[in-house]
Ligand binder design. Structure first.
Ligand SMILES: [Zn+2]
Length: 161
């Protein structure tokens, strides 16, 4: 019989969702009880109450791909509850939650950063520091920019825009 899937949630920072990251996660799932081994066989196993399965703690180092969205699910095959009588193991199903970052939003493969500039900066143009997941980048604001206008810093997030 196939083992059932195990579900867990991992929270990551906004920057980690942009760059990708590795996370160590601790989960509990069922493993075969030692009594299933021929030499340990007993009719009265006190570890598993003769179910043949025990709950064990596992630590997995998982790789979270760059550009992941909040609510996206990663599946790690075979790391769920153990199958019995030759059945396959279940999967580990990881729900990724991305923490919000003030001033930032995701639209598809782009990251949008909302910035307020002063009236003189809008009229005269300016160079403004923009925080990105790759560090601070200088953004040149052309003279005469209008409220709500968007500037594009190509290549700083996932794709060129
Ligand atoms: Zn047992």
């Amino acid at each position: 019989m196939r083992g059932s899937d195990v579900y867990t949630t991992v929270e990551i920072a906004f920057e980690e969702s942009i760059l990708g990251c590795r996370k160590e996660i601790t989960v509990q799932h069922e493993e075969i009880c030692p009594c299933s081994n021929e030499e340990n066989r007993t009719d009265n196993c006190t570890i598993c109450n003769n179910t043949g399965k025990v709950l064990k703690k596992f630590i997995y180092d998982i790789s979270i791909p760059r550009g992941i969205f909040s609510g996206q699910v990663l599946k790690i095959k075979g790391k769920g509850n153990v199958g019995i009588n030759g059945g396959e193991n279940g999967d580990l199903v990881i729900n990724i939650q991305v923490k919000q970052k003030k001033g930032f939003a995701r639209t598809g493969q782009d990251v949008v950063y909302y910035m307020t500039i002063s009236f003189p900066q809008a009229v005269l143009g300016a160079v403004i520091n923009v925080p990105t997941a790759y560090g601070t980048v200088n953004c040149e604001i052309p003279a005469g920019i209008k409220p709500g206008e968007q500037l594009c810093l190509a290549g700083y997030f996932f794709k060129n825009c």
